[in-house]
Design a protein around this ligand. Sequence first.
Ligand SMILES: NC(=O)c1ccc[n+]([C@@H]2O[C@H](COP(=O)([O-])OP(=O)(O)OC[C@H]3O[C@@H](n4cnc5c(N)ncnc54)[C@H](OP(=O)(O)O)[C@@H]3O)[C@@H](O)[C@H]2O)c1
Length: 302
Amino acid sequence: MKVLITGATGLVGSALTELLLQNGLKINYLTTNKNKIEHQPNYNGFYWSPESGVIDENCLIGVNTIIHLAGASIAKRWTSKYKQEIIESRVLSANLLFNALKNNPHQVKQVISASAIGIYPDSLKNYYSEDFKKFDNTFLSNVVVKWEESINQIERLNINVCILRIGLVLAKNGGALPEILKPIKLGLGSPFGSGKQVQSWIHIHDLANMFLYALQNNLQGTYNAVAPTPVTNYELNYSAAKILEKPFFMPNVPQFVMKLILGEMHTLLFESQNVSSKKIKEKGFVFQYKLIQSALNQLLYK
Ligand SMILES: NC(=O)c1ccc[n+]([C@@H]2O[C@H](COP(=O)([O-])OP(=O)(O)OC[C@H]3O[C@@H](n4cnc5c(N)ncnc54)[C@H](OP(=O)(O)O)[C@@H]3O)[C@@H](O)[C@H]2O)c1
């Protein structure tokens, strides 16, 4: 079985690539960076540029499933130019995949795409399942709605579409965790704002396994990709400080300070999304890391 991955060179893509190769799958991947193109027996890179509408269509040869992860990072300052890139890297890439599938012979039966829980409004009260539809008008929510619409058009080609709305990915060597740990390691750990905002997280190992599970079980539809027990921002920071045996008594970081430092992107640290994993569990997916303590123990100790 051969899988085409976009964004294979990123944080999630690298973990997923390793897992799929271990499971005997062959991988083609699309990259926007020609220097990242490699050719190995089961791992072959192809060039694309969603911005210019360019794709090496040979990437589709022999492929049964596409896993779409590509997108410009949201963890950079949101200037108006960069906001455009965040949206376009997702929408134009999905459109390019749609057109490549429409205009070329292929055997693709399923497309699995990353999405994000940023689609759900900031709330301390709501508990979000996948059927929630009252999205608000924030930048992130609009990005994700457009991202999902552009992916869902692929259903028109009689291909199964599965969308995983990913929460905060916890990994050892990338993403948010190393940044969260920086002040804690200096003994300066503290929650952001009230610390009551809920962070729906997922261990990278469980996320990679969830993509594999969606592939092996030909899942269709939208699933939240978050661990079964979201935590408050206080619990997340406190648990990390405790495992690292660091003090945790600094005053909470006020929102206006982070707004000055990060601009509009500061909302990522202060928004609350309590998200349910019930739907994917009912499909039979089993999480290895259900509690933040076990996830952090594994990531911080080994
Ligand atoms: N990490 C998280 O906590 C998290 C949470 C929710 C959702 N997600 C979503 O899950 C997906 C994977 O996340 P990740 O953390 O692995 O991201 P990542 O490390 O930033 O990797 C994303 C990949 O996308 C490609 N890319 C970057 N800019 C691009 C552009 N302008 N046009 C086309 N491709 C571009 C790059 O691959 P090449 O250089 O090879 O082209 C990059 O390796 C992303 O779409 C992300 O938004 C992540």
